[in-house]
Design a binder for this molecule. Structure first.
Ligand code: HMG
Ligand code: MG
Length: 314
């Protein structure tokens, strides 16, 4: 069916009834804050508030080199200070065995390895080639699974790379497939610099889903060009039912100059709820969390829905 003939009634019939939202604000959001590192208690408080707002998957930390991402240096303390909820999975990035060891010691429920679909981005982000990164991830995934942890995979720059330009969907498919083969239960597809438009996103996911079942794919859309919600909707129509987002649209990527934060979780929840899709998120509570952290950081709230609903009953 040509895309422009969709009406809301035909769309909602074919969309998922429930979507899993992975809140990445405490990691993807805060990793990019300039200035002194946020105190671990501030981060832990944010994470607790997100759990209280109904988020069940929260990426809380990154066990990466503190020299490269100074804001994540207190990741272990953050995990210590969180009030754990049984229904919440607390995850962290682990680029190598050293990161995994630190994450296990800190008591994460889940870890994520992060690869890229372009050589230049891989080098800048993880100081190694795509193949070397995947080679490093294998023992990390195995050891994490042996320790009873779930392992998630990321592929960055799935549409455009800030250094190389357009990225071939087959490259994305290849990296995603290797991540699944090493035991990742899900692969999150990152539009790292937020340049993707829905048609290109669809083209990419159509190729990737020939190699990885669509139920194992997630969307991770940065909102630099304001395309993130449109891209999510396109991925939803393609059958993706897991999306990453960041409260108040916090963040960016330290290795992708100019990239803005992820899609705001408030905006994602507002759209999904409007389509009759359940997320488990209490939007009214989340809006307060988003405004609180924006005020605390002295930033404009990056969520449109958050700004509109702030102070209103919603
Ligand atoms: P490297 O320098 O190649 O590592 O860094 P190395 O193995 O050569 O070791 C060098 C030194 O680093 C050694 O210390 C290691 O112990 C130490 P020394 O002997 O010199 O004292 N080291 C570590 N320290 C703490 N934790 C560790 C660790 N590993 C080694 N885990 C590495 C390789 C990957 C660690 C580094 O390049 C790094 O930390 N990069 C940061 C990458 C990052 O966090 N990027 C942002 C997150 S990804 C992202 O935002 C994209 C995403 O959101 C999706 C999207 O939007 O597309 C996920
Ligand atoms: Mg990201």
């Amino acid at each position: 069916m040509p895309l422009n003939t969709y009406s809301p009634s035909t769309m909602t019939r074919s969309l998922a009834k429930h979507v899993k939202v992975v809140e990445v604000g405490p990691r993807d959001g805060l990793q990019n804050e300039s200035g002194p590192m946020l105190h671990a208690s501030v981060k832990a408080n944010l994470i607790d508030q997100l759990a209280a707002a109904g988020l069940t998957h929260i990426e809380v930390a990154a066990f990466v080199h503190p020299k490269w991402v100074p804001q994540m240096a207190n990741s272990a303390q953050v995990l210590q200070l969180i009030t754990r909820h049984k229904h919440v999975s607390y995850s962290a990035l682990t680029p190598n065995m050293k990161g995994l060891e630190r994450a296990i010691e800190a008591g994460v429920d889940e870890v994520a390895v992060f690869g890229a679909a372009s050589e230049s981005f891989s080098q800048r982000n993880t100081n190694c080639s795509i193949a070397q990164a995947l080679e490093r991830f294998e023992p990390v995934a195995k050891a994490a699974l042996d320790a009873g942890l779930k392992v998630r995979g990321y592929v960055s720059v799935v549409v455009d790379c800030p250094y190389e330009g357009p990225v071939s969907p087959s490259m994305v498919a290849d990296v995603a497939e290797q991540l699944i083969d090493m035991g990742c239960y899900e692969v999150s597809l990152g539009d790292t610099i937020g340049t993707a438009t829905p048609g290109r996103m669809l083209e990419m996911v159509n190729v990737v889903s020939q190699h990885v079942p669509v139920r194992q794919l997630a969307g991770h859309c940065h909102n630099t060009y304001g395309q993130a919600l449109a891209n999510v909707l396109m991925l939803l129509e393609a059958g993706v039912t897991t999306f990453d987002s960041s409260v108040a649209g916090l963040g960016g990527c330290p290795y992708a100059k100019g990239a803005s934060g992820n899609l705001a979780t408030e905006d994602l929840a507002y759209m999904l709820h409007g389509l009759g899709i359940k997320t488990g998120i209490h939007l009214d509570r989340l809006v307060r969390v988003g405004q609180n952290i924006s005020d605390l950081l002295g930033r404009t709230n990056g969520s449109n829905a958050g700004q509109a609903l702030n102070g209103q009953a919603c």
